[in-house]
Structures are given as structure tokens and as C-alpha cells.
Design a protein. Structure first.
Ligand code: HEC
Length: 652
């Protein structure tokens, strides 16, 4: 299991989550565990998580963090839940969005930001049709009360509403901040990095520019009021979410200092925007891009191209860039390449297959960038990872009847049972019993009899559920009959999303054409799974923000099995984030080769490296404790140690 957690250290104590998503407080000099908290109460746990937030007022010191769809507040000293926060120490993230809180599941994956007594929080939502909207919310750190909400998909009367079809705000979702945000305390401004509108690869039901999808948005941190926005992709069809918080940077122009934000992207562009106005500080051109050939779709005719800095990933490839590990492999790549629709960056997805470069794993991802105030240099890791998308027309309701019994049972459960027994089947005692361990308590026959005939305060379901017994048993007793295909799983998610959003007959769900990308996030590889694009596949970039020019760029990572004998290192895809220390070092992990490296920030010279037990797809932190400086990083779990580890290295 991956751990993307960026640990924090306060007064000699490190707070971090493990790959299984337990919370730990650790002595930052010795690594000794001080306390731990299990939000899953013994359950499997896990799931992406990038860190925790800290707040204090005198002796009241709190750790705020989320697990699943709950926000928790903990006493930082003891690890005990603060029972006056929310309901017994937690607040459900499903309350106060759009869909029925009992049927949706909104899962923050980044820790949010503390401003005064507020915790400002984004979330991860489904990326499929019927997804919840990714509204930004601020909670009172003391009570857990919701203080404000910013509609990332504007409601009627709000600016940006005109960039959508009239009723889209009722059923279109996404536009969420999963990657975190940044705060300018002095200005009282919070900067969001928003993701794509859903569905990510087809927008026939959301014709328009789709604000604030893929936008940097500045809000008044006190009130959540809109200040400015800059959209990096109009009407996104490529899942080009903004993947990391904007960095607060200061650059120099004509002897004057200008406060700005620098936004990294999956496309390889770096957008540098004035912090007060959102105006680009290097020219940005709207250029014509290819139209869609898919029925019902209207790709936006232009997209923004910053003229500086130059993109940090390759955004284009030709036949000459195809690898040739063997003549057969090369021939098949050539054939594939020629069969695809490909007209450069922003070629819309297509049923005949579309090449996408840099691709959703290209450019840079959640590791984001690091900025050196002393020199004005911005550092970012980049990946060149082309992908192939295939759109297919689907009919979700018809496909649903062909789903596995387990999936159908799960859908029935979410619709008819979860309101009492809970989405997670943990019940709500003493009123409603948990069903998680039902197989240890009741035979299948007795359970079905109870369900059909009713029992105590449970109504009888005979009328509506006759004929679905096999599906209910498959779900309640975990009889998984083979893993569903990606397409089945996606269609199932669409089905459950839509149950939660809107069940009224006049909703657009049945009339809209629906396409699904049946090969999402799949690398463009040759017949033996080797990359189709010639190396290098990963770089570390140093960009001077005063001039927009590159200070240096070096290959990072290696895949020895694909390296030519005596040839240069191949570079590697990877999601590690960099940090730069006051002593002039740049630390970064995240490459496939499991290395953790230190570079000279001046020239990109590799100064030190070590091999970790697993990949560290996270951003390190640095701190002083007991007179020593350390660098610590989260390392993924593996079979032997599923919870992963945090490893700390002392600096000489
Ligand atoms: C209105 C609330 C409510 C709904 C909706 C509901 N249940 Fe129940 N369920 C209960 C209560 C209350 C009990 C305990 C009944 C009793 O004490 O006899 C129960 C008991 C059960 C039991 C027996 C549990 C045990 O430990 O003995 C099963 C199995 C069960 N429910 C399954 C379901 C399924 C499946 C659905 C959906 C099709 C469902 N329930 C919908 C309230 C509900």
C-alpha cells in the first residue's frame, strides 16, 4: 500500500499516518511511538492520505485528520478523541453536500488547512457520472460546525454558473480539491487547485467552459467568498486535474518583488499567477485545439498555453519517438500509433483510441513543487508517460442487470438498507444491529426470511425484493463471484452515484448519451509491457521564476532492465515531491527504483542516495530535534509490512 503522507513535526513530536491510515504520534528524535489511533476500529483501513493538520490555542492542542468519510479531532498530547468536537469527536463529510448523506461517500485525501479557528477542507469524490460536487468547506476547529461552503460548481446566481448547461449543477459533479490547498495568512486568502468536472473523459452533459473545473481559485479564507480564478483547461476531457497545491512564490521584475502563486499541472505547464489578481505573470496564449468527433460532445475550441516557462514534460511525440526493443515490438507500436487519433496536446478522446501525452500520470502529480526564496528557483519532478484512451458508448441501466450478484446486492443494500444499517454495515446501535459479521451469527436462510418478512422495527421487503435473494446473500455473505472488470465496476459506480443524486424521472439520466473510457490510465506500452515512448521518462527541473528560464534539468530515476548497456539512465515516472533545505540540498523520493536522493540545489549534481525498502511516493519533511537536523519520508507498505514506515535520516 502506498503512503503519500507528508509528516509534520511540532515541539519534537512527529504526527503522521501509516499506509494503513492509522494515526501516529512519534518522538521525532528517537522514532519511539507516543500514541496511536485507529479510526477503523480494527478494520482493514488504508486509502490514500497525505497528512494531518495541527491547531492550538494555549493548552488546547489538536490534530485534525480524516479517515474514510469522517473528520476527527484528537488531543495532540494524548491521542484521545475530543468529544466536544462534532459527534463524539468526529464529523461526517457526507453531511451538507448535494446527495443524500446516507448514500454518498465523500473522502478527503489531503489534510486541509488551518486558518484561525477554521479548518478548510477539500475532498475526493467519484470521477464518474453522477459524482458529488467537490465543494470546499470550512469547519470550526473547536466545535466541528460547518462555517462556510464554496460551490466549485456554481449555483444559479453565482459567478461562473453561465459556463454550464442550466441544470448541470444538480447532477454534474467533480471539480474537487483532492490535492490540498495553500494559504496566505497575511492576506487571509486560500488558494485552491481544482480537479476535472465528472465524467472526466466525456462532457456531452456539461457543454461549456465548466468553471471552476481545472482552475486555481482564490477565496477569502474567513468567509469562503470568491476573489479570482484562472482556468488551466477549459471543458476538460482528459482528467487533467490540478494535482498539487499552488506554491506561494515571490519573484522579481524590474527590481520589484511580486507575490505570486505557481501552479504545477499534469500537462507539464507551470502557470505563474499574480497572488492578488490571478493575472498570469508570463504571457498565456489561447490556441486553437482539435475538435471532438464524438456525438454530443463539444470540445472547447481553444486552450491556454503559457509562453514561459517551457513545459517541463514532453507534450508531443512522433513515430521517431517510438521504442524499438525488438523489430516485432516496434512494428506493432508503429501500427498502433498510426491507428490512433492523435493531433497533439488536447486531442479529444475518441472511440478509435486517442494518444494522450503527457497523460494523467505525466507532467507532475501530488508531489508538487518546491520553491527556494533565496534564489527564486522552483523545483519540480516531471514524468513522460503517454496513455491511450478508448471511448465506448454504454447504456448504464441495461449493463446493470448483467452485473455480478455481489454488485447488484450492494446496490440494493445502498438503496434499501444502508439508511438503518449504515453504508459500512456497522449499524447504529442500540437501534440498528451491525451486519458486517452476519455470517458468524445467522444462517443465510434465516437472514433472508427476516429480511423478507420483517423483524421488530425492520419493515418487510418481500414486495420489492423478491427475486433478488441471491444478490442479497452474495453481498451480505461476501460471496464474490470473480472480480468485476473495470468497465463493470465503473458502470456500477455510476449506478450508485445516480441513486444518491436524483431519482426523479425528469432528470437527464436516461436521455443523455453516455460514453465511458474503457482503458483509463493505461500506459502506451509495447507488446511486452515496455514503454512505447523512448526514454528518458523522468526529470528533475529547476526553473528560475524571475526569468522563466531553466536553471538546470537532470534525468531522475532508472529502470536498469531497460537501460542500454553502458548507456545513460532511463529516468523514471514517479510522484515524489521535492523539498529544498536552507543548507542548499534538494531531497526527493518517488522513483520506481525506490531511491531517496539528495541533489545540490545549484546545479542538480547528485550528492547522496539510498535505497528504501519500498517506493516513497510522498513529500519528505525536514526538522530540527535535539540539536540535529533530520529529513523524514513515508515509505510504502509491502507484503511483510503492510503499514509501511517512516524513515528519518540525520544530516551531517
Ligand atoms: C428502518 C430500518 C431498517 C431497514 C431499512 C432495514 N433494516 Fe434490517 N434490521 C432493522 C432492525 C431494527 C433490526 C433488528 C430487528 C430485531 O431486533 O428483530 C434489523 C435486523 C436485520 C437483520 C438481522 C440481524 C441480526 O443480527 O439478527 C438482517 C440480516 C437485516 N436486518 C438485513 C437488512 C437488509 C438486507 C435490509 C435491506 C434490504 C434491511 N435490513 C433494512 C432495521 C432495518
Amino acid at each position: 500500500m502506498n503512503s503519500e503522507c507528508n509528516p509534520i513535526v511540532i515541539d519534537g513530536v512527529m504526527y503522521a499516518t501509516s499506509a494503513r491510515h492509522r494515526l501516529y504520534a512519534i518522538n521525532a528524535s528517537t522514532g519511539q511511538q507516543l500514541w496511536t489511533f485507529d479510526p477503523f476500529e480494527g478494520g482493514e483501513g488504508g486509502g490514500v492520505y497525505r497528512g494531518v493538520a495541527y491547531w492550538e490555542d494555549g493548552e488546547d492542542k489538536r490534530i485534525l485528520y480524516t479517515a474514510g468519510d469522517n473528520l476527527f479531532a484528537q488531543n495532540a498530547k494524548t491521542g484521545e478523541l475530543i468529544t466536544t468536537f462534532g459527534t463524539n469527536g468526529k464529523v461526517s463529510m457526507n453531511e451538507g453536500l448535494r446527495g443524500d448523506p446516507k448514500k454518498i461517500s465523500v473522502i478527503p485525501t489531503s489534510p486541509g488547512i488551518v486558518f484561525g479557528d477554521l479548518l478548510i477542507l477539500g475532498a475526493e469524490v467519484s470521477e464518474l457520472y453522477g459524482a458529488e460536487p467537490g465543494y470546499i468547506r470550512a469547519y470550526d476547529v473547536r466545535s466541528g460546525k460547518l462555517e462556510w461552503t464554496f460551490h466549485t460548481i456554481p449555483h444559479p446566481g453565482e459567478p461562473g454558473y453561465e459556463t454550464w448547461p442550466k441544470d448541470a449543477w444538480k447532477h454534474v459533479g467533480g471539480v474537487n480539491d483532492w490535492a490540498g490547498m495553500s494559504l496566505d495568512k497575511k492576506r487571509g486568502m486560500v488558494f485552491l487547485a481544482l480537479g476535472s468536472p465528472s465524467y472526466d473523459f466525456y462532457g456531452g452533459d456539461r457543454i461549456g467552459q465548466n468553471l471552476y473545473g481545472n482552475s486555481v481559485v482564490a477565496l477569502d479564507a474567513r468567509t469562503g467568498k470568491y476573489k479570482w480564478h484562472f482556468q488551466t483547461v477549459h471543458h476538460d476531457l482528459w482528467d487533467y486535474d490540478l494535482p498539487a497545491p499552488p506554491n506561494l512564490v515571490t519573484l522579481e521584475r524590474d527590481g520589484k518583488k511580486i507575490d505570486a502563486v505557481a501552479q504545477t499541472t499534469k500537462t507539464g505547464f507551470l502557470f505563474v499567477l499574480d497572488r492578488d489578481t490571478g493575472q498570469p505573470l508570463f504571457p498565456v496564449e489561447e490556441r486553437r485545439v482539435p475538435p471532438s468527433h464524438v456525438s454530443g460532445e463539444q470540445a472547447w475550441p481553444t486552450q491556454p498555453f503559457p509562453l514561459k516557462p517551457a513545459p517541463y514534460s514532453r507534450q508531443h511525440m512522433t513515430e521517431d519517438d517510438l521504442t524499438s526493443y525488438s523489430p516485432v515490438a516496434h512494428d506493432s507500436l508503429l501500427k498502433k500509433f498510426r491507428s490512433l487519433r492523435y493531433e497533439g496536446l488536447f486531442t479529444p478522446p475518441d472511440p478509435k483510441g486517442t494518444l494522450m501525452i503527457p497523460g494523467t500520470r505525466g507532467g507532475s502529480n501530488w508531489g508538487g513543487g518546491a520553491f527556494d526564496r533565496e534564489t527564486g528557483i522552483f523545483y519540480v519532478k516531471s514524468s513522460d508517460s503517454p496513455e491511450i484512451d478508448h471511448l465506448r458508448k454504454v447504456s448504464p441501466e441495461k449493463s446493470f442487470s448483467r452485473q455480478s450478484p455481489f454488485n447488484r446486492g450492494k446496490a440494493i443494500y445502498m438503496k434499501h438498507c444502508s439508511s438503518c444499517h449504515g453504508r459500512d454495515r456497522n449499524g447504529n446501535e442500540p437501534d440498528y444491529p451491525p451486519l458486517r459479521n452476519i455470517k458468524d451469527k445467522l444462517s443465510k436462510d434465516i437472514a433472508i426470511k427476516k429480511i423478507m418478512e420483517g423483524s421488530g422495527r425492520m419493515p418487510a421487503f418481500e414486495q420489492i425484493l423478491q427475486g433478488s435473494e441471491d444478490a442479497l446473500v452474495a453481498f451480505l455473505y461476501d460471496v464474490t463471484t470473480g472480480r468485476p472488470s473495470r468497465e463493470e465496476a465503473d458502470l456500477f459506480e455510476v449506478h450508485t452515484n445516480r441513486q444518491a443524486v436524483d431519482e426523479s424521472p425528469e432528470s437527464s439520466r436516461d436521455t443523455a448519451v453516455m460514453y465511458l473510457n474503457v482503458t483509463p490510465f493505461s500506459h502506451f506500452n509495447d507488446i511486452e509491457g515496455r514503454p512505447a515512448l523512448k526514454p528518458p521518462w523522468g526529470h528533475l527541473n529547476a526553473i528560475n521564476l524571475n526569468t522563466g528560464e531553466y536553471a538546470w534539468k537532470v534525468v531522475i530515476g532508472n529502470r536498469p532492465e531497460l537501460q542500454e548497456k553502458g548507456g545513460p539512465e532511463t529516468g523514471s515516472e514517479g510522484y515524489g515531491g521535492p523539498i529544498v533545505t536552507a543548507g542548499g540540498l534538494l531531497f526527493i523520493g518517488g522513483t520506481h527504483d525506490k531511491k531517496f536522493r539528495a541533489y545540490d540545489k545549484e546545479n542538480g549534481e547528485l550528492l547522496w542516495e539510498t535505497t528504501l525498502p519500498a517506493v516513497a511516493n510522498a513529500t519528505p519533511c525536514t526538522y530540527f530535534s535535539n540539536g540535529k537536523q533530520y529529513v523524514a519520508i513515508s515509505v510504502a507498505g509491502d507484503e511483510k509490512n503492510p503499514a509501511g514506515s517512516i524513515m528519518a535520516f540525520a544530516l551531517p
